[in-house]
Design a protein around this ligand. Structure first.
Ligand SMILES: Nc1ncnc2c1ncn2[C@@H]1O[C@H](COP(=O)(O)OP(=O)(O)OP(=O)(O)O)[C@@H](O)[C@H]1O
Ligand SMILES: [Mg+2]
Length: 327
């Protein structure tokens, strides 16, 4: 008898549950990330968007278990079978780069200025390749650089200052993909670049995703950067996810008033007037406003918003919003 092929449902690659991050400061506990939950399936490109200070980098650092006291993180970050937050240093070292790669904010400017690219790149590979694999170092560097559109012969002997910003960012991405990770978290990968180069880098990431079957989490304060490449979006405000869903749904009909403001600020090719930002300032995360943290800036504010923290509610297929308008 021919055995039937069972198609199992796609397992989550990453599942984040009630993740919170706090920093102990002289003024009190700064709540940078509050009870964030989301899932990432293989092949997803998930964008995390929010204003400066909304907790995006803190969230990324927590995902990668990079926070150390006095930073406090709690919750669960399941990567496959493992809870990243309970791995020891050795287990984390094995996980990073090979399975879970991180492109930290500003990393292209943290390349060592007095080391050639080949020495920085091979340094990473040496610590992660087995003894038997080390002969492959040069080959791995060349392959990875070619995947990001760089000619290894021009780049490997160069010092960082000899490369343009776009080339440096490509080198960083080459390093991040070099060991074939399952998931890459990239924090503001295009922020320091000019608009044309930003677009090139995002197009390249989309291409790499297709070619290598990558799963990506991309972080940006600029929703227009994320709009084209991401299939899911997570909108953060004052450390909370205020809206989550498929990109096309969020972009075509934003639900949370904060998301509406972000979407309205996307420049349109139709020549429609771009709405200037969202009035008001993001809150101080030590003395958060009571109730919904967005209420002081919200034009739909109701009395209840001042006292009740809205929990996330489902407002459609794979769509959640944390706003009392949708109770
Ligand atoms: N090590 C730290 N100690 C104390 N406070 C911190 C620390 N790191 C970040 N913060 C604070 O946590 C809050 C969230 O910062 P975070 O860098 O996560 O935001 P972000 O959304 O990445 O901002 P940006 O868009 O500017 O990169 C901010 O108020 C920031 O000042
Ligand atoms: Mg940041």
């Amino acid at each position: 008898m021919i055995p039937t092929l069972e198609v199992s449902p796609v397992d989550n690659l990453l599942e984040v549950t009630d993740l919170s991050v706090g920093y102990v400061t002289k003024n009190g506990l700064l709540r940078a990330v509050n009870e964030v939950s989301f899932k990432v399936s293989p092949g997803d490109v998930t964008g995390i968007v929010g204003e400066s200070g909304s907790g995006k980098t803190s969230l990324a650092n927590a995902l990668l278990a990079l926070l150390r006291p006095p930073a406090i993180s709690k919750g669960r970050v399941s990567f496959g079978e493992r809870n990243v937050l309970s791995l020891n240093d050795d287990e984390l070292r094995k996980l990073r780069w090979k399975e879970l790669s991180y492109i930290p904010q500003g990393s292209m400017n943290s390349l060592n200025p007095v080391m050639r690219i080949k020495d920085q790149f091979s340094g990473i590979l040496q610590t992660h390749l087995d003894q038997a694999e080390r002969d492959r170092t040069r080959r791995v560097m060349e392959d990875s650089l070619s995947k990001v559109g760089l000619d290894a012969h021009n780049v490997l002997d160069a010092y960082p200052h000899e490369l343009s910003g776009g080339m440096k960012q490509r080198v960083i991405i080459a390093m991040a993909i070099s060991l074939g990770p399952k998931l890459i978290v990239a924090d503001e990968p295009t922020t320091a670049l000019d608009v044309v180069t930003q677009k090139d880098i995002m197009t390249m990431l989309a291409e790499l995703k297709k070619q290598m079957g990558l799963t990506l989490i991309l972080i940006s304060h600029d929703i227009s950067i994320l709009a084209e490449i991401c299939n899911y979006l997570l909108v953060m405000y004052a450390g909370r996810v205020v809206e989550r869903g498929r990109s096309e749904d969020i972009l075509s009909s934003p639900k949370h008033p904060y998301t509406s403001g972000l979407v309205a600020s996307i420049p349109r090719l139709t020549g429609e007037k771009r709405v200037a930002g969202i009035p008001g300032e993001p809150p101080d995360l030590v003395t958060l406003p009571t109730g919904c943290a967005f209420h002081p800036r919200c034009k739909y504010r109701m009395t209840a918003c001042v006292s009740q923290v809205p929990s996330s509610v489902s407002v459609g297929d794979e769509r959640e919003v944390a706003c009392l308008l949708y109770r």
